[in-house]
Design a protein around this ligand. Structure first.
Ligand code: CA
Length: 234
């Protein structure tokens, strides 16, 4: 028997896009199932659990965001990787989707090459189990020692506040992931600190300054939030 191909469910109501995706993903050697609306997607998901779902947000009937929420609320699909297909100008929905637990998004019109790369990345991330907590995170010239609240930039120790440390640790532990401000707030919540969107921006600005030559590792994702860069070479 052949090795099993990863299975994808595409949820998209625009026929042209659905056909394009179907064609290219089959060609890229995935098992592909298609749904043209949210209801159909939910029906399919009752029969089978794909390895990843490509989810258009603007759907007739049940919206993409609603599907995302339902999947996350169901134990069997709580970890199912979701890449949202979004349109330009849907930043608010992107933020909402990421907060509901979607893994990533691509904005239409997207290049198939970019989408394929995202799919590979999300599938890989999902198969990696969380690394040991005490392990040092090394990202370019930046060394983060989670157990010891210690950060070094090119070998030099840098003093961060506890909140800054937590924000950096969260971002750096998932390079390439976009964190909304709300998600960043959540990672530091519980400390007696009144965190607002504005406060997150202030924390990031402070972090970038203290990280000096590594400051640019933290990228602003316009209208959405922040991300630790995957490619640190430039
Ligand atoms: Ca649509």
């Amino acid at each position: 028997m052949l090795q099993q191909k990863p299975s994808l469910l595409i949820v998209e109501d625009e026929e042209d896009i659905l056909a394009l995706l179907h064609f290219n993903l089959i060609k890229a050697d995935y098992n592909v199932t298609c749904a043209a609306c949210g209801e159909e997607a939910l029906q399919i998901l009752q029969q089978q659990t794909p390895d990843l779902i490509l989810l258009d947000l603007m759907l007739p009937g049940i919206s993409g965001l609603e599907i995302c929420e339902r999947l996350r609320d169901t134990p069997e699909t709580a970890q199912l990787p979701i890449i949202m297909l979004t349109a330009c100008g849907e930043e608010e929905d992107i933020v909402r989707g990421l907060e509901l637990g979607a893994d990533d998004y691509v904005t239409k019109p997207f290049s198939i090459k970019v989408l394929l790369a995202r799919i590979v990345t999300v599938l890989r991330r999902n198969s990696e189990t969380d690394s040991v907590q005490d392990e040092k995170l090394v990202r370019g010239d930046l060394h983060i020692h989670p157990g010891r609240n210690l950060v070094k930039v090119a070998g030099e120790a840098v003093e961060l506040t506890f909140t800054e440390f937590r924000v950096l640790e969260a971002l750096a532990s998932k390079p390439g992931w976009v964190f909304t401000r709300y998600q960043i707030v959540n990672t530091v919540r519980g400390e007696d600190y009144a965190v607002t969107d504005r406060a997150v921006d202030v924390q990031i600005a402070g972090l970038r300054k203290k990280l000096g030559p590594c400051g640019h590792y933290i990228e602003t994702v316009r209208g959405v939030g922040y991300r630790f860069r995957e490619d640190l070479s430039s």
